[in-house]
Design a protein around this ligand. Sequence first.
Ligand SMILES: NC(=O)c1ccc[n+]([C@@H]2O[C@H](COP(=O)([O-])OP(=O)(O)OC[C@H]3O[C@@H](n4cnc5c(N)ncnc54)[C@H](O)[C@@H]3O)[C@@H](O)[C@H]2O)c1
Length: 368
Amino acid sequence: MPEIRVNIIRHEDLSYNIYICDSEFGSTLNQVIQSIKPTSLVVVTDSVVSKLHLRTLLDILPKEIKTLTVQIPSGEEYKVRKTKEYIEDRILEFGMDRKGLIIALGGGVIGDVTGFVASTYMRGVSFIQVPTTLLAMIDSSIGGKVAVDTPFGKNMIGAFYQPKAVIMNIDFLNTLPVEHVRNGLAEVIKHAIISDEEFFYFLLNNKDEVINLNKEKLVKVIETSCMIKKKVVENDEKESGFRKVLNFGHTVGHAIESVSGYKILHGFAVSVGMVIESKISARMGILSSEDFEKIQKVLALYGLPTNLREVRLKPNVMNDMVKFMRGDKKSISGEIYMSLPKKIGGMIDTFSVLIEESLIVSVLKEHF
Ligand SMILES: NC(=O)c1ccc[n+]([C@@H]2O[C@H](COP(=O)([O-])OP(=O)(O)OC[C@H]3O[C@@H](n4cnc5c(N)ncnc54)[C@H](O)[C@@H]3O)[C@@H](O)[C@H]2O)c1
């Protein structure tokens, strides 16, 4: 049979800037829009963010460019295919062409679903992330993973699609409920544990100012955390190796989210996940028990849960948790792999390692 090879070598530069702003947010956003020269603009936001920050954004946008706002209800349950279709239909009715620009104004839910819309609308249009939660600022807006959830699991349908820019206004965080600040801080702490010991001690020593969003400390937290995520995704855009380190705490964390019916915040589940995975690392002789204690201490200091009781799970969910881990995207042929820390500020060299189920079960039992 004849064999034909289609060679596609991508030369496109997909680089983009992350802007951490306060008062200069408007001018920065405008400059970026002017450089893209879109034929029209679409702002996608949710029902909570629209009441708080949409006006600020709309007042900034260039008046001469035709603009549509699409609003969806707030909440993870709307990060689904139906919502993607709804947004697409509104944009199609509006008549945006391939040179249009979509702006995602909101948390990770808005960023993920809007980025996915942008990746497929007319086979891909430009989009800008304007993250409004701490989690979105330091994590979900960077790296180009866009997706929706399905009844078969979270983020099961999606793409890798990079934004043209990430532009944040840290003043937007002033309206964020404290539990969502903590939710974002769980991922901040994860970033410190996986690659920056000094940042870890900064977090340990500046808890009050960080949690109260002291501007100077907040900028350091966001900047350092974005730098860590940026370096990881630059090294491994499509998660073939190094990017797996970002999964620290997530093998157990995703299982917790699943058995709790996704009723607890992601960062809270990851917090317990980090404690359990660190304990597994210590049991395997990889992480020292002193470093394990410090990891547990910093999470508790920020009011994050460190055991399964605190997230209201009972021992009868243990089998379901293990079953979930076996079927998770991170497992290979039903065997459970984890990305483990070898010290504060450093992960194991292989990025992820096979874990004996008996060890997982015994450590889980200690955390109910
Ligand atoms: N793409 C990635 O790489 C990546 C990484 C991590 C998480 N995620 C995804 O991110 C999502 C979670 O993100 P999230 O925690 O931002 O959730 P979210 O988008 O649901 O926002 C949390 C809540 O805060 C509200 N909100 C947003 N900004 C606000 C503000 N400034 N003031 C007051 N309220 C505000 C929202 O309306 C919502 O009710 C999940 O779907 C997760 O899968 C994606």
